[in-house]
Design a protein around this ligand. Structure first.
Ligand code: 5GP
Ligand code: ZN
Length: 124
């Protein structure tokens, strides 16, 4: 899509700190992180918003979500359980859709947030 900033990142026309890439997905660091770790997972193929998704997108949506725990492990934000059974760490996933959903970039993306709190502007 012309004039889509995330399509330009996919096409390597503008730089991004890429943390994962395969044939279908790209993941990179958010340019304005709201948490110590803030990653974005996107489909390489342009989809404007979750609101445009149908059953036809189920596979790519599943891949996006399934990538989150892998990224969390690789970036040190996964849920950990110690020998006493106490859990720590962890991460949040989020997809904003439309103006009331807080979407600013109209290329579907899954946020992955983690690291020690507080997280800026995220009271959720
Ligand atoms: P939204 O509000 O649409 O769910 O989130 C868009 C996210 O994209 C924001 O967190 C914003 O910081 C990030 N973002 C916007 N432009 C760029 C960019 O050019 N590069 C990167 N890496 N992130 C961007
Ligand atoms: Zn796009």
């Amino acid at each position: 899509m012309d004039n889509c900033i995330f399509c330009k990142i996919v096409a390597k026309q503008i730089p991004a700190a890429v943390v994962y890439e395969d044939d279908d997905l790209l993941a990179f660091k958010d340019i304005n992180p709201a948490a110590p770790v803030h990653l974005l997972v996107i489909p390489k193929q342009h989809v404007a918003t979750l609101s445009d998704c149908t059953d036809a997108h189920a596979a790519v949506l599943g891949k996006m979500l399934a990538l989150a725990p892998k990224l969390a492990k690789e970036n040190g934000i996964d849920v950990k359980t110690d020998a006493n059974g106490n859990t720590s760490g962890g991460f949040k996933t989020l997809i904003n859709a439309g103006p009331d959903g807080g979407q600013e970039v109209y290329h579907l993306h899954l946020h992955v947030y983690g690291g020690p709190r507080p997280w800026r502007g995220l009271n959720i």
